[in-house]
Write a protein that binds this ligand. Sequence first.
Ligand SMILES: [Mg+2]
Length: 255
Amino acid sequence: MAVSYLQISPEVASSIRLVMTDVDGTLTSDGRSFNAEVSQAIRQLKRESILVGLISGRNMQRLESLASELAVNGPLIGENGGVAKLKAGGEPVDLGYSRQPAVDAFQKLKRLFPDAVEDTEYNPARLVDYVIRVNGVSVTELSRHLEGAQLLDSGYMLHLLPQGVSKGRTLMRLLDRIAGGLSPEQVMVFGDSPTDVSLFQLFPHSVLIPNPVLSAEDDILRKAARYESALPSGEGFAQVVFHFLKVRHNSAVKK
Ligand SMILES: [Mg+2]
């Protein structure tokens, strides 16, 4: 069960070498504007030689432009784990994922719920994840009909993903190629929605940024995450970063 970010210990604060953060609902509430504290938090992390990367449902092209806007220096993972680069401007990592199970799942749901399930304009730019809109049928009901694919609610869009593809698993697969090799204990992950639960489950130092849009999911998210911010979106992210950097400094001074 998530506890307050104020309980991040000096040992944990000193061990972090990579921060991976979700974007929508975690760094920004409207998907466009980032408050000054977010940029300041990222700058301070980099000054401490901590890499900062983005892990999002957005496609790689959109993550690349965001990476340059926010000046992050770490890995980029898009499409909820479907696509990845070790750093902005680099070559895509070959993860070996096929989109077919997600496409098949969309066609099946469209056949079963023709009036409720809709295709979206986001799909031509995507390689693995399939984005749909749904009216009047729950995620639980739709999920009952899926084989080989999963349906996740980011709070903004519904994502069909091939089974086995997740943010957590893809980040885990990249770890030995980042900064000469990292362990899960050296990573801090931030997220706000069911698309981040795999991160919370696989990485011990996980932070939930509560999103008012997703209050119905609170229990699942709180159960999976280790820590929780007191403030929402970018303010919450900055609050936790400033705190753990302070704890890290204080413990370094004592040593
Ligand atoms: Mg999010």
